[in-house]
Design a protein around this ligand. Sequence first.
Ligand code: UDP
Length: 530
Amino acid sequence: RQAAFRTDLSVLLDQVGGGKESLSFMKRRIRRLAPQWATAANRLGAKLGQRWRDQKKILIHVGFLTEESGDVFSPKVLKGGPLGEMVQWADILTALHVLGHNLKISMSVKELQGIMLKVVFNRGSCPLTGPLPFDLIYTDYHGLQQMKQHMGLSLKKHKCHIRVIDTFGTEPAYNHEEYATLHGYRTNWGYWNLNARQYMTMFPHTPDNSFMGFVSEELNETEKRSIQQNKVNNMAVVYGKEASMWKGKDSFLEILHKYMEVHGTVYYETQRPPEVPAFVKNHGLLPQHELQQLLRKAKLFIGFGFPYEGPAPLEAIANGCIFLQPKFQPPHSSLNHEFFRGKPTSREVFSQHPYAEEYIGRPYVMTVDYNNSLEFDSAVKEIMRTKVEPYLPYEYTCEGMLERVHAYIQNQDFCVPEPPWPPLSSLRLLVSQEGQSCVEACQSAGFICEPAHFRFVNNKEALRGLEVQCEVVDSEINHILPAFSVMRRECSLQREPLLFSCAGHSPKYRRLCPCRDFLRGQVALCRDCL
Ligand code: UDP
Protein backbone atom coordinates (compact mmCIF):
# COMPACT_ATOMS: atom_id res chain seq x y z
CA ARG A 1 0.00 0.00 0.00
CA GLN A 2 0.97 3.57 -0.68
CA ALA A 3 1.55 5.78 2.36
CA ALA A 4 -0.34 9.08 2.49
CA PHE A 5 0.78 12.07 4.55
CA ARG A 6 -1.34 12.72 7.64
CA THR A 7 -1.82 16.18 9.11
CA ASP A 8 -4.39 15.20 11.75
CA LEU A 9 -2.64 13.96 14.88
CA SER A 10 -5.67 12.95 16.96
CA VAL A 11 -5.33 9.22 16.24
CA LEU A 12 -1.69 9.36 17.31
CA LEU A 13 -2.58 11.19 20.53
CA ASP A 14 -5.10 8.45 21.37
CA GLN A 15 -2.51 5.78 20.63
CA VAL A 16 0.03 7.30 23.01
CA GLY A 17 -2.38 6.77 25.90
CA GLY A 18 -1.98 8.54 29.20
CA GLY A 19 -1.58 8.41 32.91
CA LYS A 20 2.11 8.94 33.34
CA GLU A 21 3.70 12.36 33.43
CA SER A 22 6.16 11.35 30.70
CA LEU A 23 3.29 10.53 28.34
CA SER A 24 1.52 13.79 29.16
CA PHE A 25 4.73 15.68 28.42
CA MET A 26 5.03 13.94 25.04
CA LYS A 27 1.37 14.58 24.20
CA ARG A 28 1.64 18.26 25.10
CA ARG A 29 4.62 18.49 22.79
CA ILE A 30 2.86 16.66 19.95
CA ARG A 31 -0.16 18.98 20.26
CA ARG A 32 1.95 22.12 20.47
CA LEU A 33 3.96 21.33 17.35
CA ALA A 34 1.02 19.94 15.32
CA PRO A 35 0.61 22.98 13.02
CA GLN A 36 4.33 22.97 12.27
CA TRP A 37 4.24 19.26 11.34
CA ALA A 38 1.23 19.81 9.09
CA THR A 39 2.97 22.56 7.13
CA ALA A 40 6.08 20.41 6.83
CA ALA A 41 4.06 17.45 5.54
CA ASN A 42 2.54 19.60 2.82
CA ARG A 43 5.92 20.96 1.80
CA LEU A 44 7.63 17.59 1.69
CA GLY A 45 4.63 16.17 -0.17
CA ALA A 46 5.08 18.83 -2.84
CA LYS A 47 8.84 18.23 -2.98
CA LEU A 48 8.50 14.46 -3.44
CA GLY A 49 5.70 14.85 -5.98
CA GLN A 50 4.02 11.64 -7.09
CA ARG A 51 6.80 9.40 -5.85
CA TRP A 52 5.58 6.03 -4.51
CA ARG A 53 6.08 5.56 -0.78
CA ASP A 54 5.43 2.15 0.74
CA GLN A 55 3.24 2.14 3.80
CA LYS A 56 5.12 0.14 6.44
CA LYS A 57 3.79 -1.76 9.41
CA ILE A 58 5.80 -0.42 12.33
CA LEU A 59 6.03 -1.52 15.94
CA ILE A 60 7.31 1.11 18.35
CA HIS A 61 8.28 -0.15 21.78
CA VAL A 62 9.61 2.57 24.07
CA GLY A 63 11.61 0.49 26.52
CA PHE A 64 12.93 3.17 28.85
CA LEU A 65 9.40 4.20 29.84
CA THR A 66 8.32 0.71 30.92
CA GLU A 67 8.00 -0.20 34.58
CA GLU A 68 10.14 -3.26 33.90
CA SER A 69 13.12 -1.07 33.01
CA GLY A 70 12.66 0.76 36.29
CA ASP A 71 11.29 3.85 34.50
CA VAL A 72 13.53 6.36 36.22
CA PHE A 73 12.47 9.13 33.82
CA SER A 74 8.71 9.54 34.35
CA PRO A 75 8.82 10.55 38.05
CA LYS A 76 11.37 13.24 37.22
CA VAL A 77 9.55 14.92 34.33
CA LEU A 78 8.30 17.71 36.59
CA LYS A 79 11.44 17.77 38.73
CA GLY A 80 14.20 18.82 36.39
CA GLY A 81 15.09 15.31 35.18
CA PRO A 82 16.19 14.59 31.62
CA LEU A 83 13.60 15.40 28.96
CA GLY A 84 15.67 15.00 25.79
CA GLU A 85 14.68 11.38 25.26
CA MET A 86 11.01 12.23 25.60
CA VAL A 87 11.37 15.12 23.20
CA GLN A 88 12.95 12.76 20.68
CA TRP A 89 10.42 9.93 21.08
CA ALA A 90 7.52 12.37 20.76
CA ASP A 91 9.03 13.61 17.50
CA ILE A 92 9.80 10.12 16.15
CA LEU A 93 6.22 9.01 16.83
CA THR A 94 4.91 12.12 15.11
CA ALA A 95 7.20 11.80 12.11
CA LEU A 96 6.21 8.15 11.54
CA HIS A 97 2.53 9.00 11.92
CA VAL A 98 2.72 12.05 9.63
CA LEU A 99 4.55 10.03 6.98
CA GLY A 100 1.46 7.82 6.90
CA HIS A 101 2.74 4.53 8.27
CA ASN A 102 0.74 1.96 10.15
CA LEU A 103 1.84 2.19 13.80
CA LYS A 104 1.47 -0.05 16.81
CA ILE A 105 2.75 1.69 19.93
CA SER A 106 3.81 0.01 23.14
CA MET A 107 5.04 1.72 26.28
CA SER A 108 4.89 -1.33 28.57
CA VAL A 109 5.84 -4.97 28.42
CA LYS A 110 2.17 -5.84 28.82
CA GLU A 111 1.28 -3.85 25.72
CA LEU A 112 4.14 -5.47 23.84
CA GLN A 113 2.84 -8.92 24.74
CA GLY A 114 -0.71 -7.87 23.87
CA ILE A 115 0.34 -6.70 20.42
CA MET A 116 2.23 -9.90 19.77
CA LEU A 117 -0.75 -12.02 20.94
CA LYS A 118 -3.23 -10.13 18.78
CA VAL A 119 -1.05 -10.82 15.81
CA VAL A 120 -1.20 -14.54 16.56
CA PHE A 121 -4.99 -14.37 16.79
CA ASN A 122 -5.63 -12.33 13.68
CA ARG A 123 -3.24 -14.02 11.36
CA GLY A 124 -3.06 -17.47 12.81
CA SER A 125 0.69 -17.16 12.55
CA CYS A 126 3.02 -17.31 15.47
CA PRO A 127 5.31 -14.30 15.84
CA LEU A 128 7.82 -16.53 17.55
CA THR A 129 8.30 -18.80 14.57
CA GLY A 130 6.39 -17.35 11.60
CA PRO A 131 7.19 -14.28 9.57
CA LEU A 132 7.48 -11.03 11.48
CA PRO A 133 4.20 -9.12 11.35
CA PHE A 134 6.10 -5.82 11.16
CA ASP A 135 8.36 -4.30 8.54
CA LEU A 136 10.16 -2.23 11.15
CA ILE A 137 10.58 -2.14 14.91
CA TYR A 138 11.74 1.03 16.64
CA THR A 139 12.90 0.55 20.20
CA ASP A 140 15.79 1.40 22.54
CA TYR A 141 18.34 -0.65 24.48
CA HIS A 142 15.86 -1.39 27.29
CA GLY A 143 13.24 -2.45 24.77
CA LEU A 144 15.71 -4.66 22.95
CA GLN A 145 16.43 -6.52 26.17
CA GLN A 146 12.72 -6.94 26.84
CA MET A 147 12.02 -8.20 23.35
CA LYS A 148 14.81 -10.71 23.69
CA GLN A 149 13.20 -11.99 26.87
CA HIS A 150 9.78 -12.29 25.27
CA MET A 151 10.64 -13.33 21.73
CA GLY A 152 13.71 -15.39 22.49
CA LEU A 153 15.55 -16.77 19.52
CA SER A 154 13.12 -15.42 16.94
CA LEU A 155 14.45 -11.94 17.70
CA LYS A 156 17.72 -12.99 16.18
CA LYS A 157 15.94 -14.05 13.02
CA HIS A 158 14.15 -10.73 12.72
CA LYS A 159 17.08 -8.60 13.80
CA CYS A 160 17.50 -6.76 10.52
CA HIS A 161 14.10 -5.06 11.00
CA ILE A 162 15.10 -3.42 14.28
CA ARG A 163 16.10 0.21 14.79
CA VAL A 164 17.52 1.22 18.16
CA ILE A 165 17.11 4.81 19.34
CA ASP A 166 20.39 5.49 21.07
CA THR A 167 21.12 9.08 22.14
CA PHE A 168 24.90 9.00 22.44
CA GLY A 169 25.64 6.34 19.84
CA THR A 170 27.21 2.88 19.65
CA GLU A 171 30.49 2.30 17.86
CA PRO A 172 31.04 -0.94 15.90
CA ALA A 173 33.83 -2.18 18.20
CA TYR A 174 31.37 -2.17 21.11
CA ASN A 175 28.52 -3.69 19.10
CA HIS A 176 30.37 -6.82 18.01
CA GLU A 177 29.99 -9.21 20.89
CA GLU A 178 33.07 -11.35 20.45
CA TYR A 179 35.36 -8.51 19.45
CA ALA A 180 34.14 -6.32 22.32
CA THR A 181 34.73 -9.11 24.80
CA LEU A 182 38.20 -9.90 23.52
CA HIS A 183 39.44 -6.33 23.19
CA GLY A 184 37.99 -4.56 26.20
CA TYR A 185 35.02 -2.87 24.53
CA ARG A 186 32.45 -4.70 26.60
CA THR A 187 29.80 -2.47 28.25
CA ASN A 188 26.33 -2.87 29.70
CA TRP A 189 24.76 -1.80 26.43
CA GLY A 190 26.55 -2.95 23.30
CA TYR A 191 27.16 -6.46 21.95
CA TRP A 192 23.96 -6.91 19.93
CA ASN A 193 25.80 -7.63 16.66
CA LEU A 194 23.54 -5.32 14.69
CA ASN A 195 24.65 -3.35 11.68
CA ALA A 196 25.86 -0.19 13.44
CA ARG A 197 23.60 1.92 11.22
CA GLN A 198 20.61 0.33 12.95
CA TYR A 199 21.46 2.51 15.96
CA MET A 200 19.93 5.94 15.56
CA THR A 201 21.31 8.93 17.42
CA MET A 202 20.09 12.29 18.66
CA PHE A 203 22.80 14.28 16.86
CA PRO A 204 24.95 13.40 13.82
CA HIS A 205 28.00 12.73 15.97
CA THR A 206 28.73 9.10 15.10
CA PRO A 207 28.51 8.49 11.34
CA ASP A 208 28.76 4.75 12.01
CA ASN A 209 25.18 5.11 13.26
CA SER A 210 22.20 6.69 11.53
CA PHE A 211 21.26 10.20 12.56
CA MET A 212 17.63 10.30 13.71
CA GLY A 213 17.44 13.67 15.50
CA PHE A 214 14.34 15.54 16.70
CA VAL A 215 12.80 18.91 15.88
CA SER A 216 12.84 22.38 17.29
CA GLU A 217 10.33 25.17 17.11
CA GLU A 218 10.26 27.06 13.82
CA LEU A 219 9.46 30.75 13.46
CA ASN A 220 7.85 32.62 10.60
CA GLU A 221 9.21 35.94 9.34
CA THR A 222 6.86 38.03 11.47
CA GLU A 223 7.85 36.17 14.62
CA LYS A 224 11.53 36.49 13.74
CA ARG A 225 11.20 40.23 13.32
CA SER A 226 9.32 40.70 16.55
CA ILE A 227 11.86 38.61 18.43
CA GLN A 228 14.68 40.76 17.15
CA GLN A 229 12.86 43.91 18.15
CA ASN A 230 12.12 42.66 21.64
CA LYS A 231 15.52 41.18 22.53
CA VAL A 232 16.81 42.29 25.90
CA ASN A 233 20.54 42.71 25.34
CA ASN A 234 21.54 42.13 28.91
CA MET A 235 19.39 39.12 29.67
CA ALA A 236 20.93 35.66 30.08
CA VAL A 237 19.27 32.29 30.72
CA VAL A 238 21.31 29.53 32.32
CA TYR A 239 21.17 26.01 30.78
CA GLY A 240 20.47 23.61 33.64
CA LYS A 241 17.13 22.66 35.13
CA GLU A 242 18.56 20.68 38.02
CA ALA A 243 20.27 22.45 40.93
CA SER A 244 23.29 20.10 40.85
CA MET A 245 24.23 21.48 37.42
CA TRP A 246 24.91 24.86 39.09
CA LYS A 247 27.27 23.53 41.73
CA GLY A 248 30.64 25.28 41.82
CA LYS A 249 29.71 27.76 39.07
CA ASP A 250 29.61 30.84 41.30
CA SER A 251 32.68 32.52 39.83
CA PHE A 252 31.28 32.43 36.26
CA LEU A 253 27.89 33.53 37.47
CA GLU A 254 29.53 36.50 39.24
CA ILE A 255 31.28 37.62 36.05
CA LEU A 256 28.10 37.13 34.03
CA HIS A 257 26.14 39.13 36.58
CA LYS A 258 28.52 42.10 36.18
CA TYR A 259 27.00 42.62 32.73
CA MET A 260 23.72 40.80 32.59
CA GLU A 261 20.52 39.94 34.38
CA VAL A 262 20.72 36.20 35.02
CA HIS A 263 17.66 33.95 34.72
CA GLY A 264 17.30 30.27 35.58
CA THR A 265 14.70 27.53 35.18
CA VAL A 266 15.80 25.34 38.06
CA TYR A 267 13.35 22.96 39.62
CA TYR A 268 12.66 23.49 43.32
CA GLU A 269 10.09 22.22 45.79
CA THR A 270 9.60 24.83 48.46
CA GLN A 271 12.91 26.54 49.01
CA ARG A 272 15.29 28.16 46.62
CA PRO A 273 18.11 25.68 45.87
CA PRO A 274 21.30 26.84 47.67
CA GLU A 275 23.35 26.27 44.47
CA VAL A 276 21.49 29.11 42.75
CA PRO A 277 22.86 32.54 43.83
CA ALA A 278 20.43 35.13 45.18
CA PHE A 279 20.90 37.50 42.24
CA VAL A 280 19.53 34.90 39.82
CA LYS A 281 15.89 35.23 38.86
CA ASN A 282 14.75 31.62 39.06
CA HIS A 283 11.49 30.80 37.28
CA GLY A 284 11.39 27.18 38.42
CA LEU A 285 11.06 24.45 35.83
CA LEU A 286 8.92 25.84 33.01
CA PRO A 287 6.56 24.13 30.58
CA GLN A 288 8.21 23.99 27.15
CA HIS A 289 6.20 26.83 25.62
CA GLU A 290 6.99 29.14 28.53
CA LEU A 291 10.68 28.36 28.23
CA GLN A 292 10.43 29.35 24.55
CA GLN A 293 8.91 32.69 25.58
CA LEU A 294 11.77 33.32 27.99
CA LEU A 295 14.34 32.42 25.32
CA ARG A 296 12.69 34.83 22.89
CA LYS A 297 13.54 37.73 25.18
CA ALA A 298 17.00 36.54 26.24
CA LYS A 299 20.20 37.35 24.40
CA LEU A 300 22.41 34.68 25.89
CA PHE A 301 21.85 31.03 26.72
CA ILE A 302 24.76 29.83 28.79
CA GLY A 303 25.89 26.27 29.51
CA PHE A 304 28.16 25.22 32.37
CA GLY A 305 29.25 21.87 30.97
CA PHE A 306 26.27 19.66 31.80
CA PRO A 307 23.94 18.28 30.44
CA TYR A 308 25.79 17.09 27.36
CA GLU A 309 24.25 17.30 23.90
CA GLY A 310 20.65 18.16 24.81
CA PRO A 311 17.92 19.78 22.73
CA ALA A 312 17.81 23.07 24.67
CA PRO A 313 20.72 24.88 22.94
CA LEU A 314 19.06 24.34 19.54
CA GLU A 315 15.82 25.75 20.92
CA ALA A 316 17.69 28.75 22.29
CA ILE A 317 19.44 29.47 18.97
CA ALA A 318 16.13 28.96 17.13
CA ASN A 319 14.72 31.70 19.36
CA GLY A 320 17.48 34.15 18.59
CA CYS A 321 19.86 33.54 21.52
CA ILE A 322 23.60 33.12 21.32
CA PHE A 323 24.78 29.94 23.03
CA LEU A 324 27.92 30.23 25.15
CA GLN A 325 29.50 26.97 26.25
CA PRO A 326 32.73 25.59 27.72
CA LYS A 327 35.45 23.95 25.70
CA PHE A 328 36.67 20.66 27.19
CA GLN A 329 40.42 20.25 27.18
CA PRO A 330 41.14 17.37 27.62
CA PRO A 331 37.96 16.12 25.97
CA HIS A 332 35.37 14.16 27.97
CA SER A 333 34.78 10.52 27.10
CA SER A 334 33.90 7.13 28.56
CA LEU A 335 37.52 6.88 29.68
CA ASN A 336 37.57 9.92 31.94
CA HIS A 337 34.01 11.00 32.76
CA GLU A 338 31.45 9.31 34.92
CA PHE A 339 28.52 10.26 32.68
CA PHE A 340 29.97 8.54 29.61
CA ARG A 341 31.43 5.60 31.51
CA GLY A 342 29.92 2.33 30.31
CA LYS A 343 28.42 3.91 27.20
CA PRO A 344 29.29 1.92 24.07
CA THR A 345 31.48 4.58 22.50
CA SER A 346 35.02 5.98 22.70
CA ARG A 347 33.89 9.28 21.20
CA GLU A 348 35.66 12.29 22.62
CA VAL A 349 33.50 15.29 23.37
CA PHE A 350 35.37 18.59 23.01
CA SER A 351 32.63 20.87 24.33
CA GLN A 352 29.28 20.62 26.06
CA HIS A 353 27.48 20.56 22.73
CA PRO A 354 29.73 19.47 19.83
CA TYR A 355 26.93 19.77 17.25
CA ALA A 356 26.41 23.42 18.19
CA GLU A 357 30.15 24.02 17.97
CA GLU A 358 30.86 22.17 14.73
CA TYR A 359 27.67 22.46 12.70
CA ILE A 360 26.41 25.87 13.82
CA GLY A 361 29.36 27.82 15.23
CA ARG A 362 29.85 31.56 15.33
CA PRO A 363 28.11 33.93 15.65
CA TYR A 364 25.35 31.71 17.10
CA VAL A 365 27.62 29.58 19.23
CA MET A 366 30.71 30.58 21.19
CA THR A 367 32.87 27.86 22.68
CA VAL A 368 35.47 29.20 25.10
CA ASP A 369 37.85 28.12 27.82
CA TYR A 370 35.99 28.87 31.06
CA ASN A 371 39.17 28.48 33.10
CA ASN A 372 40.39 31.64 31.49
CA SER A 373 38.24 34.32 33.11
CA LEU A 374 39.46 37.01 30.70
CA GLU A 375 38.33 34.93 27.74
CA PHE A 376 35.00 34.27 29.44
CA ASP A 377 34.56 37.93 30.29
CA SER A 378 35.25 39.14 26.77
CA ALA A 379 32.95 36.48 25.28
CA VAL A 380 30.06 37.82 27.36
CA LYS A 381 30.80 41.37 26.23
CA GLU A 382 31.05 40.29 22.60
CA ILE A 383 27.71 38.53 22.81
CA MET A 384 26.01 41.67 24.09
CA ARG A 385 27.30 43.56 21.05
CA THR A 386 26.51 40.87 18.46
CA LYS A 387 23.21 40.78 16.61
CA VAL A 388 21.96 37.42 15.36
CA GLU A 389 18.81 36.20 13.69
CA PRO A 390 16.94 33.17 14.99
CA TYR A 391 18.50 30.15 13.28
CA LEU A 392 17.57 26.50 12.95
CA PRO A 393 19.49 24.02 10.76
CA TYR A 394 17.21 22.39 8.17
CA GLU A 395 17.82 18.92 9.60
CA TYR A 396 16.14 20.01 12.86
CA THR A 397 13.02 21.42 11.18
CA CYS A 398 9.94 19.20 10.86
CA GLU A 399 10.39 19.06 7.09
CA GLY A 400 14.04 18.09 7.50
CA MET A 401 13.22 15.31 9.94
CA LEU A 402 10.36 14.01 7.76
CA GLU A 403 12.64 14.01 4.71
CA ARG A 404 15.37 12.09 6.52
CA VAL A 405 13.06 9.53 8.14
CA HIS A 406 11.26 9.07 4.82
CA ALA A 407 14.58 8.37 3.09
CA TYR A 408 15.62 5.85 5.76
CA ILE A 409 12.28 4.03 5.73
CA GLN A 410 12.11 3.72 1.97
CA ASN A 411 15.79 2.94 1.37
CA GLN A 412 17.68 1.56 4.34
CA ASP A 413 17.63 -2.22 4.21
CA PHE A 414 19.70 -4.33 6.58
CA CYS A 415 18.06 -7.60 5.54
CA VAL A 416 19.96 -7.85 2.25
CA PRO A 417 23.74 -8.24 2.04
CA GLU A 418 24.41 -5.54 -0.55
CA PRO A 419 21.82 -2.77 -0.37
CA PRO A 420 21.98 -0.18 -3.18
CA TRP A 421 21.49 2.80 -0.85
CA PRO A 422 23.13 5.21 -0.29
CA PRO A 423 24.09 5.22 -3.98
CA LEU A 424 27.68 4.53 -4.94
CA SER A 425 27.80 7.85 -6.81
CA SER A 426 28.28 9.55 -3.43
CA LEU A 427 31.54 7.72 -2.63
CA ARG A 428 34.84 9.62 -2.28
CA LEU A 429 37.77 7.46 -1.23
CA LEU A 430 40.27 9.17 1.07
CA VAL A 431 43.23 8.03 3.12
CA SER A 432 43.55 9.17 6.71
CA GLN A 433 46.71 10.43 8.33
CA GLU A 434 48.40 8.16 10.82
CA GLY A 435 46.45 8.30 14.06
CA GLN A 436 43.45 9.87 12.38
CA SER A 437 39.98 8.27 12.28
CA CYS A 438 37.82 8.18 9.17
CA VAL A 439 35.37 10.46 10.95
CA GLU A 440 38.06 13.15 11.03
CA ALA A 441 39.62 12.35 7.66
CA CYS A 442 36.32 12.74 5.81
CA GLN A 443 35.31 15.78 7.83
CA SER A 444 38.52 17.65 7.14
CA ALA A 445 37.89 17.25 3.40
CA GLY A 446 34.31 18.53 3.67
CA PHE A 447 32.71 15.09 3.45
CA ILE A 448 31.21 12.64 5.92
CA CYS A 449 32.32 9.08 6.56
CA GLU A 450 29.84 6.56 5.10
CA PRO A 451 30.17 3.09 6.63
CA ALA A 452 27.87 1.59 3.96
CA HIS A 453 30.63 2.28 1.43
CA PHE A 454 33.38 0.36 3.26
CA ARG A 455 32.57 -2.76 1.26
CA PHE A 456 33.60 -0.92 -1.92
CA VAL A 457 37.02 0.10 -0.62
CA ASN A 458 37.89 -3.07 1.25
CA ASN A 459 39.81 -4.68 -1.60
CA LYS A 460 43.18 -4.85 -3.33
CA GLU A 461 42.00 -2.68 -6.22
CA ALA A 462 41.34 0.20 -3.85
CA LEU A 463 44.84 -0.16 -2.40
CA ARG A 464 46.37 -0.26 -5.87
CA GLY A 465 44.48 2.84 -6.92
CA LEU A 466 46.24 4.69 -4.11
CA GLU A 467 49.68 3.57 -5.21
CA VAL A 468 50.46 2.12 -1.84
CA GLN A 469 53.45 -0.18 -1.88
CA CYS A 470 52.15 -3.21 -0.02
CA GLU A 471 54.59 -6.04 0.51
CA VAL A 472 51.85 -8.11 2.07
CA VAL A 473 48.08 -7.84 1.94
CA ASP A 474 46.36 -9.87 4.61
CA SER A 475 42.87 -9.78 6.06
CA GLU A 476 42.13 -9.51 9.74
CA ILE A 477 39.40 -8.76 12.23
CA ASN A 478 40.11 -5.29 13.53
CA HIS A 479 37.89 -2.24 13.54
CA ILE A 480 40.48 0.11 12.03
CA LEU A 481 40.73 -1.94 8.81
CA PRO A 482 41.08 -1.54 5.88
CA ALA A 483 44.35 0.29 6.56
CA PHE A 484 48.07 0.20 5.84
CA SER A 485 51.33 0.85 7.58
CA VAL A 486 53.74 2.94 5.53
CA MET A 487 56.74 1.98 7.63
CA ARG A 488 56.17 -1.73 7.46
CA ARG A 489 54.68 -1.77 3.95
CA GLU A 490 51.85 -3.81 5.32
CA CYS A 491 48.27 -3.61 4.09
CA SER A 492 45.31 -5.22 5.82
CA LEU A 493 41.75 -5.70 4.72
CA GLN A 494 38.73 -6.19 6.95
CA ARG A 495 37.37 -9.69 7.40
CA GLU A 496 34.32 -8.90 9.54
CA PRO A 497 31.83 -6.52 7.86
CA LEU A 498 30.16 -5.72 11.21
CA LEU A 499 33.44 -4.08 12.23
CA PHE A 500 33.58 -1.59 9.39
CA SER A 501 33.95 1.55 11.45
CA CYS A 502 34.37 5.26 10.83
CA ALA A 503 35.53 5.69 14.42
CA GLY A 504 38.80 4.21 15.55
CA HIS A 505 42.39 5.16 14.79
CA SER A 506 45.87 3.87 15.34
CA PRO A 507 49.17 5.77 15.42
CA LYS A 508 50.80 3.24 13.10
CA TYR A 509 48.11 3.00 10.47
CA ARG A 510 46.66 5.09 7.71
CA ARG A 511 43.07 4.07 7.08
CA LEU A 512 41.12 3.73 3.86
CA CYS A 513 38.10 5.95 4.35
CA PRO A 514 34.87 5.77 2.36
CA CYS A 515 33.56 9.33 2.52
CA ARG A 516 30.46 10.71 0.84
CA ASP A 517 28.97 14.05 -0.08
CA PHE A 518 25.97 15.42 1.82
CA LEU A 519 23.17 17.89 1.37
CA ARG A 520 23.64 21.27 2.99
CA GLY A 521 21.72 21.23 6.27
CA GLN A 522 20.91 17.52 5.92
CA VAL A 523 24.11 15.62 6.63
CA ALA A 524 22.32 12.24 6.76
CA LEU A 525 21.58 12.36 3.03
CA CYS A 526 23.86 12.43 0.01
CA ARG A 527 23.08 14.46 -3.11
CA ASP A 528 21.57 11.50 -4.97
CA CYS A 529 20.02 9.95 -1.85
CA LEU A 530 16.50 11.28 -2.29
N1 UDP B 1 12.82 22.25 29.24
C1 UDP B 1 11.59 22.59 29.74
N2 UDP B 1 11.51 23.47 30.80
C2 UDP B 1 12.62 24.00 31.38
C3 UDP B 1 13.89 23.65 30.86
C4 UDP B 1 13.95 22.76 29.80
O1 UDP B 1 10.56 22.15 29.23
O2 UDP B 1 12.47 24.78 32.31
C5 UDP B 1 12.89 21.34 28.08
C6 UDP B 1 13.52 21.97 26.87
O3 UDP B 1 12.55 22.65 26.12
C7 UDP B 1 14.12 20.80 26.11
C8 UDP B 1 14.10 19.66 27.11
O4 UDP B 1 13.71 20.25 28.34
O5 UDP B 1 13.36 20.45 24.99
C9 UDP B 1 15.42 18.94 27.25
O6 UDP B 1 16.38 19.83 27.60
P1 UDP B 1 17.92 19.61 27.85
O7 UDP B 1 18.67 20.20 26.72
O8 UDP B 1 18.18 20.10 29.22
O9 UDP B 1 18.22 18.03 27.74
P2 UDP B 1 18.06 16.84 28.78
O10 UDP B 1 19.31 16.80 29.58
O11 UDP B 1 16.85 17.12 29.58
O12 UDP B 1 17.88 15.63 27.92
